[in-house]
Design a protein around this ligand. Structure first.
Ligand code: PBG
Length: 315
């Protein structure tokens, strides 16, 4: 009876699995702070994604770790870059069966670890991210990712005007059908720590992202960010992280008529794994509870490192 009348359902097809592919390794590398998640080789990535498609997972989102990082993150838009290679493999393998998304940012690719190019020396207190110079780079990345077969590009750098710049660049290159999932309300959260281990990213000089990501004290500001992204052409919007921001998910859902995504981020996953490993919580119960709560709050799509576990548990 409870199943018959449940108000919320969580289907595998609504999940997006975040995946990491690293250049220059010959075997998958575990990530200590993300148990069960690895940095893939191109070959192990293909196998993993085939299995995720067989399990009915709706989409994957790819992050790349290049061998060489530089000041502008040029491996992010190099047609021979690791993510571009992986995107063309995956679109050939499973592009007809699942949605292939590419995270669009430079923090995995820059030597200084910021999500944009800098206007001065890294680590200097007077140096800022140069918003508009970064937009040009984002446009190039979008085109490179779409050329390589991405169905969706997902800008995560929180630069002002990024969605408009990316839409213009995509359209200019004939990629009218490439969709944009905007990380619209992305908070300057402490919950991204394990992700930064996963992509070997550290901010030179120990800075933070508070100049471009949102302040966790603010809720109405999220709606301004979402509105701006929609005006610039976003097809879907995202709230990130998820569990500490269920109120934001609910507000965004009430305010827009496009699909709403939420990202259950690395720190949220790591907390479940660590507490469960200590026997302090029941992994399967808490994982299902959290993913369902994100749906109940209003997310249509959930990005989660639990995607494979959930799919296997249901099959
Ligand atoms: C930026 C990006 C980040 C995450 C996704 N895209 C890191 C950041 O903003 O520092 C975090 C994802 C996670 O923690 O799982 N490219």
């Amino acid at each position: 009876m409870r199943d018959l009348v449940a108000e919320t359902r969580l289907d595998v097809s609504q999940l997006v699995a975040p995946l990491f592919v690293r250049e220059g390794i010959d075997a998958p590398q575990p990530i200590a702070s993300l148990p069960g998640v690895v940095q893939h080789t191109p070959a192990s990535l293909r196998e993993e994604v085939r299995q995720l498609a067989d399990l009915g997972v709706g989409a994957v989102i790819l992050f790349g770790i290049p061998s060489v990082k530089d000041a502008i993150g040029s491996q992010a838009f190099d047609p021979a870059g690791i993510v571009q290679h992986a995107l063309s493999d995956l679109s050939a393998d499973v592009g007809e069966r699942m949605v292939i998304m590419a995270d669009l940012c430079v923090d995995e690719y820059t030597s200084h670890g910021h999500c944009g190019v800098l206007d001065g020396p890294p680590g200097d207190p007077n140096t800022s991210v140069d918003n508009d110079a970064t937009l040009e780079i984002y446009g190039k990345i979008a085109v490179a990712q779409a050329d390589a077969g991405a169905h969706v590009v997902a800008p995560s750098g929180m630069m002002d005007g990024q969605v408009g710049a990316i839409r213009a660049a995509l359209d200019g290159a004939g990629h009218h059908n490439t969709a944009i999932l905007a990380y619209s309300a992305k908070y300057a959260s402490g919950l991204y720590g394990p992700f930064r281990d996963a992509v070997d990213c550290a901010i030179v000089g120990g800075g933070d992202r508070k100049a471009y990501q949102q302040d966790w004290r603010n809720a109405r500001e999220a709606l301004i960010e979402v509105q701006a992204d929609l005006e610039q052409g976003a097809d879907m919007v995202m709230v990130k992280p998820a569990m500490s921001y269920l109120d934001i998910i609910a507000k965004v859902k009430a305010a827009v008529n496009v699909p709403v995504a939420a990202y259950h981020v690395s720190g949220e996953y790591a907390m479940i794994k660590a507490a469960a490993a200590n026997g302090w919580i029941d992994h399967d119960v808490v994982a299902t509870e959290q993913l369902t709560a994100i749906r109940r709050a209003g997310a249509d799509i959930v990005l989660t490192y639990l995607a494979r576990w959930y799919a296997e548990a249901r099959s």
